[in-house]
Ligand binder design. Structure first.
Ligand SMILES: CC(C)(COP(=O)(O)OP(=O)(O)OC[C@H]1O[C@@H](n2cnc3c(N)ncnc32)[C@H](O)[C@@H]1OP(=O)(O)O)[C@@H](O)C(=O)NCCC(=O)NCCS
Length: 180
């Protein structure tokens, strides 16, 4: 795992630290309606305390080897996150997730950040399969999956609760041999 990773001249991935809480709060609160629809933890009244709790949760999950999330910094500012949600060592598989501030959309930031993460998973971790789950109504997220070369495998029915509503998730995957 890494603390800081330069993707290109505009994008850097950084491990979440408590000192990032104020910046995270501002980014999420500034985009809350956009994020709240799809990202369960991005509450509409996202506070500094919520930001701190979220960062502590990510740190805790990382130390338990359960996930690895990093912030996406674009031109020096945190604009989103990209991460791995599960490490299935036996089957060399993991799950990819991402989010981006509304105002940062349309610049290929998540596609570039995910490409770096995928490269890291297949090359450095030596994994074989990356899964990605997204709601079919989330067109921008589906477009990210398509742009990265993921294949849709099927629909997981009522697999996620967002704002007290069960939602279907489409399951996508990318294999190492396809990335190579
Ligand atoms: C899903 C989400 C991350 C997509 O953001 P996005 O900005 O559309 O995705 P990217 O950062 O990859 O940018 C792609 C766009 O930039 C453009 N672009 C510009 N330069 C680019 C480059 N170098 N490479 C790729 N795309 C580029 C693409 O054409 C595309 O534009 P379009 O939407 O007009 O076709 C964002 O909408 C979001 O955070 N939504 C809420 C949270 C969420 O849904 N998370 C996922 C839950 S499964």
């Amino acid at each position: 795992m890494f603390i800081s990773y330069k993707v290109d001249d505009e994008i850097k991935l950084t491990y979440p630290l408590e000192l990032n809480a104020a910046e995270l709060q501002k980014v999420v609160a500034g985009s809350n309606e956009h994020l709240n629809r799809w990202v369960p933890w991005a509450k509409l009244d996202f506070s500094h305390e919520d930001a701190l709790v979220h960062i502590q949760f990510l740190n805790d999950m990382f130390t338990k080897n359960s996930n690895f999330w990093v912030f996406i910094n674009y031109r020096g500012k945190i604009v989103g996150g990209v991460g791995l949600n599960r490490f299935d060592l036996d089957n060399q598989a993991t799950d990819l997730g991402y989010w981006l501030a509304e105002s940062a959309q349309g610049n290929g930031i998540v596609t570039r950040a995910c490409s770096a993460m995928i490269e890291y998973v297949f090359t450095d971790l030596g994994y074989n399969r990356i899964e990605l789950r997204t709601n079919s109504e989330n067109q921008k997220s589906v477009a990210v999956a398509d742009r990265l070369g993921f294949t849709k495998e099927g629909t997981l029915r009522q697999a996620e609760v967002i704002n007290n509503v069960f939602r279907d998730l489409d399951l996508y995957s990318l294999l190492k041999e396809e990335w190579d």
